[in-house]
Design a binder for this molecule. Structure first.
Ligand SMILES: [Zn+2]
Ligand SMILES: [Zn+2]
Length: 145
């Protein structure tokens, strides 16, 4: 059975209909270059997007770079910055048990580290401090009014 094609209006605003995709072939790049031109350059667009999502836009990594960052970055102890060699977490259990057992158990920590959710306590305390500062400033502003 042939797949049903549901035409959509082209996302670029030209009024044409696609064969089911978001854009008529080629119109996505036309739209992109129009946006870039409109905001005054690609870097400007990047800044606007970053302001909007409140996060840095990271360039899509090539596989080779991904491997590199994996080896350099991803296997670093989030608590002390110790680098695990060989691009794996090999040895984290004994490292954690020897150095950071007082923070939380290895099993707990590993669960978080594995998912990339481990938050360094010092960093977290700093963040909470900033939030409290904001809250206080906000409250003061409101009482003044
Ligand atoms: Zn179009
Ligand atoms: Zn460590």
């Amino acid at each position: 059975m042939p797949r049903k094609i549901i035409p959509k209006e082209c996302g670029c605003g030209c009024g044409g209909m696609t064969k089911g995709g978001q854009f008529i072939p080629g119109h996505d790049s036309i739209l992109l270059s129009s946006i870039v031109q409109r905001v005054g350059g690609l870097l400007k667009l990047k800044t606007i997007v970053e302001d909007h999502i409140e996060e840095e836009v990271s360039v899509v990594e090539t596989n080779r770079e991904k491997k590199k960052t994996k080896n350099n970055k991803d296997f670093t102890c989030p608590e002390c910055g110790y680098e695990f060699k060989g691009g794996t977490w090999g040895g984290i259990d004994s490292h954690w048990k020897a150095r950071h057992r007082h923070i939380m158990s290895y099993e707990e920590a590993w669960e978080l580290i594995r998912k990339g959710k481990y938050v360094n306590k010092v960093r977290m305390r700093k963040n909470i401090g900033t939030i409290i500062k904001w809250g206080k400033a906000y409250a003061q502003d409101n009482t003044r009014k």
